[in-house]
Design a binder for this molecule. Structure first.
Ligand SMILES: Cc1ncc(COP(=O)(O)O)c(C=O)c1O
Length: 445
C-alpha cells in the first residue's frame, strides 16, 4: 500500500524538533519517517511498509488505526473537547474508572488519572508518602527502586529508576532517601531461559538488608516493574515477586508495580500482577490504556489506600495532586473504546495463546553470531548481543537500523534488541520478524 500522506520535510527543516531519547544528529542525517499506520504496519513517507514489532513504543496493543477509537475520539471532540476534573466531573471519567476497576487486580479499584507513565509513577510515589502521613507515619518517606529499573523521566521516576544514562546527567537532582535493589538480570546463571528464570529469587532478600540499613519505619514504598522493559527485558526469577510482597507486608511497606508496559494484555492477562498472582498496593499504567492514541496514564490504588485519605472535613480536598488534563474527556473516550476493542477481540488474554509460538520463534535465534541471551514472556522478547570491545551499543544500533531498512521495526537498548508486537499479531508476522532479525544478526559482524 502506498502512502504519501505526509511529505518528508527537507533535511534543512529537521533542526527545530529536539527529538526525545534520540541520537538527533544521526537521525537527521538519515531520517526514518513514519507517515501512516494500520493493523500491524507502518508506512514510511516514501511508501515503504514497516512491520511493527514493538507496538509503536509498547503501546499500540490492539494494532494501528482502530476505527472504533478514532470514532470515539472524534465524537467526544465534537461533544465536549475539555472539562476540568478539579471540583467538577464528567460522566465518562467515572465510566472509565468503573470499567478499569472491573479488570483490576483484587482490591485495586480506585483509579487516579494522569497523562503519561512518568506522571503515573510520580503520582504513585506521592500517594505512598501521603498515605503513610495520613496514618500518622509521616517519617516513612524513603523509596526503594531497583537497578536497571525504568519509571519514566520525572524527578521521582528518575530517582527510583536505575538506568545509569537516565540519571548521571542530572547529578544530585534526585529525590533524597532513595535506595535500590539489585537487578535480576544474570546471563551467567539464566542465559536462554524460556520464560521466567529459575535462578535469582533470593535477590528479593536484599530488600531485608536495605530495611535493616534504613529501618522499616523510614520506608514508604518499594517500586519495581514486574518485567523491566526499557533496560532490555529483565524477567523476575520464579518466586521473586512473591518474596518482595512478603517482605513488604511484614514491614508495612507499600509495594508499587509499574505496569506501564506489562499492563493491558502484554503477557496474557490484563496485568502482570494477575499473571504472577502477586497483588501490589499501587499499580501504574499508561501506554496500552488508550492503545497509544491519546496520551493517558492511570494509577490503580488499593481501596484501603483511598479510604485512608477519606477522612477529615467533607469539604476538604483529600489529595493535593492532579493535572489539568487528568481524566481528559478525549483521553477517556479513547480509553473506553480501547477497552471495548480489547474485550471484543479477546486481546487481554490473546498473548497467552501465542506465547509458546513466540517463545519458540525468538529462541530459534540462539546460536547465531554474537547472540549471548534470548529472553521471553507473553508477547515480549529480547535478544542480547555481545557488545563490541570498547564500543557498547554499536552492534545493537546497527541491527536496529538494518531491520528498519528491511521493513521491520524493533527496539534497541544498548546491545539488546527488544520486541513487543501488537497483540493482534499472526503467525506469518512472527515468522517475518524473526527471519528478518536473524538475517540481520548474521550479517552484522
Ligand atoms: C515501566 C515504565 N514506566 C514508566 C514509563 C514512562 O512512561 P511515559 O513515557 O508515558 O512517561 C515507561 C515508558 O516506557 C515504562 O516502560
Amino acid at each position: 500500500m502506498n502512502a504519501q500522506l505526509t511529505p518528508a520535510p527537507a533535511n534543512a527543516d529537521l533542526d527545530a524538533f529536539w527529538m526525545p531519547f534520540t541520537a538527533n544528529r544521526q537521525f537527521k542525517s538519515n531520517p526514518r519517517m513514519l507517515a501512516r499506520a494500520e493493523g500491524m504496519y507502518y508506512w514510511t513517507t516514501d511508501g515503504r511498509e514497516i512491520l511493527d514489532a514493538v507496538a509503536g513504543l509498547w503501546c499500540v496493543n490492539a494494532g494501528h488505526g482502530r476505527r472504533e477509537i478514532t470514532e470515539a475520539v472524534t465524537k467526544q471532540l465534537s461533544t465536549m473537547e475539555y472539562a476540568p476534573a478539579f471540583q467538577m466531573g464528567h460522566p465518562i471519567a467515572f465510566e472509565l474508572a468503573n470499567r478499569l476497576a472491573k479488570i483490576a487486580p483484587p482490591g485495586l479499584d480506585r483509579i487516579f488519572f494522569t497523562n503519561s507513565g512518568s506522571e503515573a509513577v510520580d503520582t504513585a510515589l506521592k500517594i505512598a508518602i501521603a498515605y503513610h502521613r495520613a496514618r500518622g507515619n509521616g517519617q516513612r518517606t524513603r523509596f526503594i527502586g531497583r537497578e536497571k529499573g525504568y519509571h519514566g523521566v520525572g524527578f521521582g521516576g528518575m530517582s527510583v529508576g536505575g538506568i545509569v544514562n537516565n540519571r548521571k546527567f542530572f547529578g544530585p537532582s534526585m529525590l533524597p532517601g532513595v535506595d535500590h535493589l539489585p537487578h535480576t538480570l544474570s546471563i551467567e546463571h539464566n542465559a536462554f531461559s524460556r520464560g521466567l528464570p529459575q535462578w535469582g529469587a533470593h535477590l528479593a532478600n536484599e530488600l531485608e538488608r536495605l530495611i535493616a540499613l534504613h529501618d522499616a519505619s523510614t520506608i514508604a514504598a518499594v517500586i519495581v516493574e514486574p518485567i523491566a522493559g526499557s533496560a532490555g527485558v529483565i524477567l523476575p526469577p520464579i518466586g521473586y515477586l512473591k518474596r518482595l510482597r512478603e517482605i513488604c507486608d511484614k514491614n508495612d511497606i507499600l509495594l508499587i508495580f509499574d505496569e506501564v508496559i506489562t499492563g493491558f494484555g502484554r503477557i496474557g492477562k490484563p496485568f502482570a500482577s494477575l499473571a504472577f498472582d502477586v497483588t501490589p498496593d499501587l499499580m501504574t499504567t499508561a501506554k496500552g490504556l488508550t492503545n497509544g492514541a491519546i496520551p493517558m496514564g492511570a494509577v490503580f490504588a488499593h481501596r484501603k489506600i483511598y479510604d485512608t485519605f477519606m477522612q477529615g472535613p467533607e469539604n476538604a480536598i483529600e489529595l493535593f495532586h492532579g493535572y489539568t488534563y487528568s481524566a481528559h474527556p478525549v483521553a477517556c473516550a479513547a480509553a473506553l473504546a480501547t477497552q471495548d476493542a480489547y474485550a471484543k477481540d479477546g486481546l487481554l488474554t490473546r498473548a497467552a495463546s501465542l506465547a509458546a509460538e513466540w517463545e519458540n520463534a525468538v529462541h530459534s535465534l540462539r546460536g547465531l553470531p554474537h547472540v549471548i541471551d534470548v529472553r521471553n514472556y507473553g508477547l515480549i522478547g529480547a535478544v542480547e548481543l555481545e557488545s563490541r570491545a570498547g564500543k557498547p551499543a554499536t552492534r545493537g544500533f546497527e541491527v536496529f537500523l538494518k531491520c528498519f531498512e528491511r521493513g521491520v521495526m524493533v527496539r534497541q537498548t544498548g546491545d539488546t534488541i527488544a520486541m513487543s508486537p501488537p497483540l493482534i499479531i499472526e503467525s506469518k508476522q512472527i515468522a517475518r520478524i524473526v527471519e528478518t532479525l536473524g538475517a540481520v544478526i548474521r550479517e552484522t559482524a
